[in-house]
Design a protein. Structure first.
Length: 94
């Protein structure tokens, strides 16, 4: 199954505009077209920005049609993309 990595902007936009293209990514994942993944940082960034800019939309994040798998480390994300070499973790402080 294909995996799509979501950055904070996609999550933010899907929660803010449930009828938009970002929300469609979640809907198609719910229908089985692909799996969604994101980092803990991106997930928290989206929640933080929604709570600051559009606090009324914060509950919408948890109502998205298919929540992504949240990965702990950005180094883990690099291993999911076979076309991207692993991150130099020794220089990132991991």
């Amino acid at each position: 199954m294909r995996r799509i990595f979501l950055d904070g902007n996609v999550i933010f936009t899907a929660a803010h505009n449930p009828a938009g293209k970002s929300a469609l990514i979640f809907e198609l994942a719910r229908k089985g077209y692909w799996d969604l993944i994101t980092s803990q940082y991106a997930w928290e960034e989206a929640r933080r920005n929604i709570s600051i800019k559009f606090p009324g939309c914060l509950p919408e994040i948890d109502k998205l049609p298919k929540l992504p798998t949240i990965l702990d480390s950005p180094a883990v994300v690099s291993f999911l993309n076979p076309w991207h070499p692993p991150l130099p973790t020794d220089r990132l402080g991991f």
